[in-house]
Design a binder for this molecule. Structure first.
Ligand code: ATP
Ligand code: MG
Length: 411
């Protein structure tokens, strides 16, 4: 049993790494609450149809990356590769399609069978936001502003660039699709095998290809601009006005099409140059048909997801380890008196720990290892008088303090 390792593409989060992780989630949670988003948690696995229907069966995620299995009852289940489909499924299952808008925040693990690299794992974690039930571009602008604020609060907004695009409405997309088929069809034999399949089934996907063979044709592909309907163009213009008023800087990138099938109108990515080909830290768009796919009424929605591992990699310093106060009974006989002291501190909101064993010296070593800010030393003579020695471990100063005053002093 000695060489058991975590499964390829999974990681243990311990110490500093977990603190980075927590910092990202807590910062995002706090910021999302300021925008009125409420947190939901949906199951980690779902009926496979939840994803097969929504993501489109030609998407990379569905065709190559899903962890699907048949359970003992014969059901086909899938570990969620993303959470937007699950949130829309939950909206319908819980009868919330008449209680709109719903503003949802989530954080949790996702699973994709990918080639592991820095910033790309098989179990990874996302934070995400969905604003469901608002068809106006103000909703798009607001979720993007939320994303920007989270990146700002994490101190990484300045390392990222927001790139936006529009895929237009259904009519714009149909016209654009025809133009792409004409363009890529002329180079069919030079395209990668995957892109030849995409050409038949969803040519827009070719724009999202990571294959070297496709790149020259992607670079020269027509852009959607000239195929947008008046309505789609107006929608995009309003989004840009709103972003400007929200003071969110952006650039336009006509290549942002996103990997999944369900997007219309707005698509966007926050990208960084610091993480190689894992440069997209946050990505999303509008998905007006998705709730309907889940069996609900036609319902507009817009949102994004962001990889916590990638955000963590961009954080400047690890969040500081909070420094505890450590209670040190000088010997075993004083331990009994130490326990109520410890509990009183904790109830007063003081992070308090105990030096577990040994003589005073050994227990002080433990205090230093825990990077304690203060030690409360409980000796026999002091306890008899109802006092303790309070030692500030930064300055080294030491005072006698009545036991009853300790919590107030340290809180
Ligand atoms: P990529 O192009 O990097 O494969 P994607 O388009 O598949 O990303 P989305 O499905 O849009 O990614 O997921 C949103 C975000 O989740 C990504 O921008 C990224 O930050 C993160 N992410 C996606 N897949 C992984 C993974 N395997 N490991 C770590 N983070 C990931
Ligand atoms: Mg991917």
């Amino acid at each position: 049993m000695t060489d058991l390792q975590p499964v390829r593409g999974t990681r243990d989060l311990i110490g500093e790494e977990h603190r980075r992780f927590q910092h990202v989630v807590e910062t995002a949670r706090r910021t999302a609450a300021l925008y009125g988003f409420e947190e939901w948690a949906t199951p980690v696995f779902e009926d496979t149809r939840v994803f097969a229907r929504s993501l489109g069966d030609t998407s990379d995620v569905v065709s190559k990356e899903m962890y699907s299995f048949t359970d003992r009852g014969g059901e086909s289940l899938t570990l969620r590769p993303e959470n937007t489909a699950g949130i829309c499924r939950a909206l319908v299952s819980n009868g919330l399609t008449q209680t709109l808008p719903q503003k949802v925040f989530y954080a949790g693990p996702m699973f994709r069978y990918e080639r592991p690299q820095k910033g790309r794992y098989r179990q990874f974690h996302q934070i995400g936001a969905e604003l469901i039930g608002v068809a106006e571009p103000l909703a798009d602008a607001e979720v993007i502003a939320l994303g920007w604020d989270i990146l700002s609060a994490l101190g990484i907004a300045s390392h990222t660039v927001l790139e936006i695009n529009t895929l237009g409405d259904h009519a714009s997309r149909a016209a654009y699709r025809a133009a792409l088929v004409a363009h890529f069809g002329a180079h069919r034999d030079a395209l990668s095998e995957d892109s030849r399949v995409r050409l038949e089934r969803n040519p827009l996907r070719i724009l999202d290809s990571k294959e070297t063979a496709d790149q020259p044709f992607v670079a020269t592909a027509p852009t959607i601009g000239e195929h947008l309907t008046e309505g789609a163009r107006a929608f995009h213009e309003r989004l840009k006005d709103h972003l400007t008023r929200f003071a969110v800087p952006f650039i336009e990138n006509p290549r942002i099409v996103r990997g999944l099938d369900y997007y219309v109108h707005t698509t966007f990515e926050f990208v960084t140059t610091s993480l190689g080909s894992q440069g997209t830290v946050m990505a999303g768009g509008r998905y007006d048909g998705l709730v309907e796919e889940m069996g609900g009424p036609p319902t507009p929605g817009v949102g994004w997801a962001s990889g916590i591992e990638r955000l963590s990699l961009l954080l400047a310093g690890p969040p500081a380890l909070p420094r505890p106060v450590i209670v040190i009974p000088v010997g075993e006989a004083q331990e009994a008196a130490a326990l109520p002291v410890l509990q009183e501190l904790r109830r007063a909101g003081v992070r308090a720990e105990i030096g577990y064993r040994g003589n005073l010296k050994r227990r002080m070593e433990q205090a230093n290892k825990r990077h304690a800010r203060a030690a409360i030393i409980l000796g026999e003579a002091e306890l008899a008088r109802g006092v303790a020695q309070l030692k500030d471990l930064t300055s080294g100063e030491q005072h006698e303090v009545p036991l009853s005053e300790l919590a107030a002093r340290l809180a």
